[in-house]
Design a protein around this ligand. Structure first.
Ligand SMILES: NC(=O)c1ccc[n+]([C@@H]2O[C@H](COP(=O)([O-])OP(=O)(O)OC[C@H]3O[C@@H](n4cnc5c(N)ncnc54)[C@H](O)[C@@H]3O)[C@@H](O)[C@H]2O)c1
Length: 374
C-alpha cells in the first residue's frame, strides 16, 4: 500500500492548519481541494502544492480520493458528508457532526450501509496531551474519577471576529461552537452521558462588531451566550460545565477531574498538548501544617501535531482493521448531549440523552504521525 488519497471540501480559515499538517503526514496525500469559491480553492492548492482544485463535486468525482475531509460551515456539514458517502468515500468532518439529530443519524446510517467510516472533530482527543492525561487517569493516579469541572469563559468572539454574527446564531453560541471540545473530552474520560440539566442566559439581545469593515454595526443574539450544564454520566459520575461568551474574565481550557485519591488538571481540550498535573489529598492536618499542596507534573511527549490527526488515524485504522478514535458515533453522542442541554435550558427540565457510545479507544502508544506505515 501507499499514502491514502484525501480530498478537502471547504478551504476557509481552518484549512491552512489542515493542509499544513496533512501535507506533513506520509500516510496521506491531499490530491484535490474544493470550495464554492473556486479562486479560494485555487489559491490553497497553489499554496500547499495540491495537484488539483475545483468544486465539491470535483472532489467527490476524483477517482483516487478515498477520504473526504469536510471543512465547510456547520450548517452544511451533514449535506456535504452525506454526498461524500454517496460517492463511496470515507469522511472526516469538522465539528459539530451536524446541527440536528435526524440528519446526523441519517449520515451514520448511510455510511454503515455503505461500509464506509465517518470521523468527527475534535481530534484534540488524539493529541499527546490528552492521550497522556487519559492514560494517567486509567493508571489510577487520582483513584476512581468522581466528578469533573470544565470552564470556558471569554468576552466573546465579537471582540476580534470581523463577521461574528453566525457565532451567536442558531447552531452556534458557546454551546455548539465550543461544547464539542469539552464534551468529547468528558465522554472519552468518563463514558457516555445519561442526562443533562442546563440554564442559559443572554447578556444582551444585540451585540456589536468591533473590528473590520463593519465595525460599529449590531447583530441579534439568537441563542444563550452563557450556558451552565450539570451532566450525569451513565456510570454515575457527574460534571459541571460553564460555556460563556459573556465574561470579563478570560479563562478557558479548564478541565479538572476529581477522583477518590486526587485531582488532575488536563490540557485545554481545544489544544493538542499542555500541562498535566495532579494533587493528592492532604490527609490529616496537624497544628502548624500548611494547606499548600504539591502539584505533581506528568511529563509527556510533546510532538508538534495538530488538526488532521483524526483523519490520519482514520486511514490507519481502516488499514489495520481497528476502530478509529474520533468516530462519527462519538460525534453523534456529543451532538445529542449538546442539543439536550439546549433543550433543558429552554424548557427548565432535565433531559435524558437517548444515545450512547462505546468506550472511546486510546491511540496505540507507538502512534507516530510522521512515520510511513501504509
Ligand atoms: N476557524 C477556526 O478557528 C476553527 C477551529 C476549529 C474548527 N473549526 C471548524 O471548521 C469549520 C470551518 O470553519 P472555518 O473557520 O474554516 O470557516 P470558513 O467560513 O472560513 O470556511 C468554510 C469554507 O467552506 C466553504 N463552503 C461552504 N459551504 C460549502 C459547500 N456546500 N461546498 C463547498 N464549500 C463550501 C466556504 O466557501 C468557505 O471557504 C467549521 O465547522 C468550524 O467549526 C474552525
Amino acid at each position: 500500500m501507499s499514502a491514502v488519497g484525501v480530498g478537502i471540501i471547504g478551504v476557509g480559515v481552518i484549512s491552512d492548519t489542515y493542509l499544513a499538517n496533512l501535507s506533513s503526514f506520509p500516510d496521506v496525500e491531499v490530491l484535490i481541494v474544493g470550495d464554492l469559491l473556486l479562486d479560494r480553492a485555487q489559491a490553497q492548492a497553489e499554496k500547499y502544492g495540491v495537484p488539483a482544485f475545483g468544486s465539491a463535486e470535483d472532489v467527490l468525482a476524483h477517482p483516487d480520493v478515498q477520504l473526504v475531509v469536510n471543512l465547510t460551515i456547520p450548517a452544511v456539514h451533514v449535506e456535504v458528508s452525506r454526498a461524500a458517502i454517496a460517492a463511496g468515500k470515507h469522511v472526516w468532518t469538522e465539528k459539530p457532526l451536524g446541527l440536528d439529530r435526524e440528519g446526523a443519524a441519517e449520515l451514520l446510517r448511510e455510511a454503515a450501509e455503505a461500509g464506509l467510516r465517518v470521523g468527527s472533530a475534535p481530534d484534540t482527543l488524539l493529541g499527546p496531551g490528552f492521550q497522556a492525561a487519559r492514560r494517567a487517569i486509567e493508571d489510577g493516579r487520582i483513584g476512581r474519577p468522581l466528578f469533573a469541572l470544565t470552564t470556558f469563559q471569554t468576552q466573546g468572539p465579537d471582540l476580534w471576529h470581523p463577521s461574528p454574527a453566525f457565532l451567536f446564531a442558531n447552531g452556534a453560541g458557546p454551546l455548539l461552537d465550543m461544547g464539542p471540545y469539552y464534551f468529547s473530552a468528558l465522554v472519552s474520560l468518563l463514558g457516555p452521558v445519561d442526562r443533562v440539566a442546563a440554564v442559559g442566559t443572554k447578556a444582551r439581545e444585540e451585540r456589536q462588531i468591533h473590528t473590520g469593515p463593519n465595525a460599529g454595526t449590531t447583530f441579534p443574539v439568537e441563542v444563550p451566550s452563557t450556558i451552565q450544564i450539570v451532566t450525569a454520566f451513565e456510570s454515575g459520575q457527574q460534571a459541571q460545565s460553564l460555556l460563556s461568551f459573556d465574561s470579563a474574565l478570560e479563562r478557558h481550557g479548564i478541565v479538572e477531574i476529581h477522583g477518590t485519591e486526587g485531582t488532575i488538571v488536563i490540557p485545554d481540550p481545544n489544544q493538542f498538548t499542555g500541562r498535566i498535573a495532579y494533587v493528592k489529598p492532604l490527609g490529616v492536618i496537624r497544628d502548624g501544617m500548611s494547606f499548600e499542596q504539591e502539584w505533581i507534573e506528568i511529563e509527556h511527549a510533546d510532538v508538534q501535531v495538530g488538526r488532521g490527526l483524526g483523519a490520519l488515524d482514520m486511514v490507519r485504522a481502516i488499514a489495520e482493521g481497528r476502530p478509529h478514535v474520533a468516530s462519527g458515533e462519538l460525534g453523534f453522542h456529543v451532538l445529542d448531549i449538546l442539543l439536550s442541554a439546549q433543550e433543558s435550558a429552554a424548557t427548565g427540565v432535565t433531559v435524558v440523552v437517548e444515545s450512547t457510545v462505546a468506550p472511546v479507544p486510546l491511540l496505540p502508544e507507538s502512534f507516530d504521525p510522521f512515520a510511513a506505515t501504509l
